[in-house]
Design a binder for this molecule. Sequence first.
Ligand code: HMG
Ligand code: MG
Length: 306
Amino acid sequence: MKLPTRVKLVDVGPRDGLQNEKQPVSAEIKIGLVHRLQDAGLKEIEVTSFVSPKWVPQMADNAEVMHGIQRKPGVLYSVLTPNMKGFEAAIAAPREEWPDEIVVFGAASEAFSQKNINCSIAESIERFAPVVAAAREKGIHVRGAMSCTVGCPYEGEIAPAKVAYLAQLMKGIGVQRVDVADTIGVGTPRKVQAAMEATLAHFDVDAISGHFHDTYGQALVNTLAALEMGVWNFQSSSAGLGGCPYAKGATGNVATEDVVYMLHGMGIETGIDLDKLIDAGVYISEALGREPNSRASKAIRTKRAG
Ligand code: HMG
Ligand code: MG
């Protein structure tokens, strides 16, 4: 198949990246990161999540962050909402501070569903259904994240049939597009392609994105494997931030810088300015007191230093 000529990246760093940080990160820093990402040309940014602050304290400043961002026209801002309480909190602010898109998040693994959102897969769909309906009624887009589509930290390998089952349930309640997530980064190209194939039984290729954590260093090849199937929407984190508090040992998402470097090198457009993106990654990494977890960032910064 011909590779896509253009790819749209969703930077999930402010949410997936920072939800997992032990040290406090101020709302001001999070807002600063969102601003740098949009200035670098990102057209989709996952800003925060409206989840229980007891479960994920790092996202407790969700409303403050949504209030503080200066939006750029043409950029889509999304937030996670696992239930009606989260959705209501996300739209409690004036209309101009609402998210453009909400994300309900389920799992292809029963055990992960229980650990992450405290309910079974079937119960999660029951909880998501009114959220999806309410969002769509208000003209807010709806995305569904599907965790553990390749492997689960509790159940091990996940069969593609389980991914197809979850995708079908998501489709059934009106979710408009889905993320095929390798939460713990265990996937390799053929397995990721099998998860994509299972999803394609229920969603069009234009409504599927890849969300690959890089725990085993496979996220870039998995991105290429998905590109070969025509997938053109991917999620990544600047500076390789990320992880899920309920997936121990899983490291960050693939670094946006690395994905952009690969795509540009293949002649695939992203609309992103890699230099500005690298600076955004440096900004958040300095705030966290460490180096960006991106090989392309390191190489380019070494070259810059001459
Ligand atoms: P629960 O305890 O079953 O919920 O948690 P509950 O309805 O029984 O409520 C319990 C308490 O939580 C109550 O407060 C509620 O008000 C409160 P209390 O009466 O005890 O004071 N509560 C809330 N507070 C704020 N916002 C809300 C909310 N809902 C209930 N929305 C729940 C269920 C889903 C809330 C909980 O399990 C939770 O918050 N989980 C969050 C898990 C999470 O954020 N995980 C990380 C994101 S997913 C991810 O990273 C994977 C992804 O990147 C893809 C991939 O890589 O796989 C997307
Ligand atoms: Mg994730």
